[in-house]
Design a binder for this molecule. Sequence first.
Ligand code: TNX
Length: 548
Amino acid sequence: MSLPVIPAPTTTTTSDDTCTLSGDSAVVVQSPELAGPAALFVREVRLDSGLTLHPPVIRDRTVDGTVPPDETRAAAVTVLISADGLDGVPSAAGVRADGDAVDERYGLEVTSDGVRVWGPTPEAVHRGLTSLRQLISAHLQDGTAVLPAARIVDGPRFAWRGLSLDVVRTFHPPAEVKRVIDMLALYKLNVLHLHLTDDQGWRVEVPSRPALTQVGAAGAIGDRPGGYYSQEELADLVAYAADRYVTVVPEIDMPGHTSAVFAAYPELAPAELRTIDLGNGNSIPLNALEPGRPETWAFVEDVLDAVVPQFPQSAYVHIGGDEAWGMADEDHAAFVDQAAALVRARGKRVVGWQEIARATLGPDDVAQYWISIDVDAADAGNGPKPPEDLLPILVEHLRKAEGDAPKALAAGARLIASPTTWLYFDRPHGDASADPAQEEARKRLGLEFYGPATLRDGLAWDPVEDTPGVTSTDQLAGVEAAIWCETITGPDDLELMLLPRLPGAAEKAWSQQTATDWPEYAARLAEQSPAWRNRTWTWLQSVEVSWR
Ligand code: TNX
């Protein structure tokens, strides 16, 4: 029997016994460093399901100093540091965004006497408690959770498991970003990649360059409100994420996608500004930061000096590098090389979109593979349909892109798998919604030229098999979904495009089971809806899933 846990655990065995958790149940902490994960677990269970467990007890005293519950009254959840029985679980491939080598493997045992969750590190125990959260939500009825007896041993396939969030095309306020962090945490995703800068806006403070936020943050796409995260707000977001074992990685997109920089500091723009008119009221800028000018590098240094310290957990800085349309190849490569050197000089590692492979990469670098669009289909007009004037530029871009992943690998760099085909959540939903009100939103959301994809389509791939040039898990840093917000106007739109796809991305990033059977997955997915409802998260109520 498979348990309603996403991502699917490495090994699960079940038996006929049950264990009942109720408001009388406590969490018993066997070593003090687990007090944090235990307290977080109790808070999250309450938000997921309404079930209020007793505050955690460190053996015989409560963490917050109040009177301990009578431990004999009800089954308890015991958490402990131990590597018992975890030898058979492979260790994670790839690299973590925080640069650490943290063992996330855990065990979870439900017997008629209670629940035991263990792992060699507090983070491992936290991952195990996350599986337990899902079991509780799926089995809760009338205030008690009757859990099936089971033994799970589990660990991640990949170390880097993330979501790239576009906060430029639509500015998502901090409270909404926290909801997204909550979603990541529930599915054992551990990276939030914030796409902080683009043509339409600049969303992070650089005190030495005040116009970036005073001018560059003013707008978004169309007449959507602008905004930026103050240093205090970012510190709060980064800490909120860290408490949930999520690392926030900043992206400063350059040398292209820099119209907001040029609006703030026109002296950094090329002498002659060029754009392609798309004929539909939109245009695509062909302007980039120029590597040959000293003021470009004074600017990049100022930005890195201000931004890097705002993301203390991240071992990486994402330098963008994508779609520097209109820029000569050698200028792009020269720019990326120097930007990367400035990142390394600040003690951080380099990650960028796959186009950075055209510069000089090394084994510590990470290139994010995204362009899985079929170039011949695009060229023949059979595939995705971009605006007509863009087609020649796009086709040239796609042809060059074919060499990126193999080139990065040949340089010893790792890839993050973010293929547009399966992990771009701004692709329209192909499944109809059971809720007629959602059908209007569904038809409006997502970039048309990608074509729609169903939830089932989203599962039918493998990160190793479907990334060009990759033959072993360790060539990947991990897996990251991306959500771009050209069509997304606010929180409801954002959540409708993230859910229910996000757990599917987590399945690919974490689960050791490489083949995913849709009906089996859909049954597990259906069990997620009670928690989503309790958390007031919006999700596409796909007619292909029998939601609870
Ligand atoms: C390409 S993905 C972009 C973004 C767009 C996205 C739309 C990438 C690195 N660049 O600027 O928002 O397509 O899906």
